[in-house]
Design a protein around this ligand. Structure first.
Ligand code: PGA
Length: 255
């Protein structure tokens, strides 16, 4: 499987700005054919970004999706709608939604299921808080998120999933207030733990061929070089640095 680099623009750009940045990406990244490059704009920008992507090598993703296909769910976005815009990926269970919007493991599980049923590849986010890390609870937290998030899901040979490990304390790191950077060696241990949990869940061939485990949390044009050295990391989920086409291109080169 190709490595994957995902731009998570969060709620930072208007539809027009998103379309403009997509055009910049297209210019700078048109020759990349050995990696999957996914752009996840806001829902309101999907239409314009989809138009700009056209037939290029860029792939469209959404930042979230409802677990219900249709009905009385004010403010939610249906998988059918994101499919109509051409989304092939959907971020599910991002820590900002889990922490600020009450998204639970159970909801995340339902979202992963509807994505797989509809042929959308879920980008399933997991990660521990700083407090959990300091209390030595990282493994427990990840184990629970994987167990609950993937409950009753048998990944089939035609289905794919991306698991994004994002230590919550490393996301949007303001290094003045965040005491630690993630050490690649430390991250490698966590990645092996995640991989082992997946192997306990699914056949080895499925884990090796249909799952990509990626890293996220203040990935930039510099630290991505170190993370890229770790074999088990198949790509990045990039927030802040994906708002700048030069930085994002450099991250893609690094992996
Ligand atoms: P960041 O965001 O790169 O700005 O830390 C990553 C993410 O939250 O997906």
């Amino acid at each position: 499987m190709k490595k994957i680099v995902i731009a998570n623009w969060k709620m930072n750009l208007t539809p027009t700005q998103s379309a403009d940045l997509t055009v910049e990406f297209k210019k700078k990244l048109s020759k990349v054919d050995n990696k999957d490059i996914v752009i996840c704009p806001s829902f309101s920008a999907l239409s314009q970004v989809s138009d700009k992507i056209g037939k290029s090598n860029l792939i469209l993703g959404s930042q979230n999706v409802s677990w219900m296909e249709k009905g009385a769910f004010t403010g939610e976005e249906s998988i059918k709608n994101i499919e109509e815009f051409g989304c092939q990926y959907a971020i599910v269970g991002h820590s900002e939604r889990r922490q600020n919007l009450g998204e639970t493991d159970e909801m995340v599980n339902k979202k992963i299921k509807i994505c797989l049923d509809e042929g959308i590849t879920p980008i399933f986010c997991i990660g521990e808080t700083l407090q959990e890390k300091q209390e030595g609870m990282t493994d427990h937290k990840l184990y629970t998120q994987i167990k609950e998030g993937l409950k009753n899901i048998d990944l089939l040979p035609h289905e794919n999933i991306v698991i994004a490990y994002e230590p919550i304390w490393a996301i949007s790191a303001n290094r003045a207030v965040t005491p630690h950077d993630v050490e690649p060696a430390e991250a490698e241990k966590v990645f092996k733990f995640i991989y082992q949990n997946l192997v306990d869940l699914w056949p080895l061939t499925i884990v090796n061929n249909n799952v990509r485990i990626i890293y996220g949390g203040s990935v930039d044009e510099n630290n991505s070089k170190d993370f890229a050295q770790i074999d088990i990391i198949n790509g990045f989920l990039v927030g802040g640095a994906s708002l700048n086409s030069d930085k994002f291109s450099q991250i893609i080169k690094n992996i």
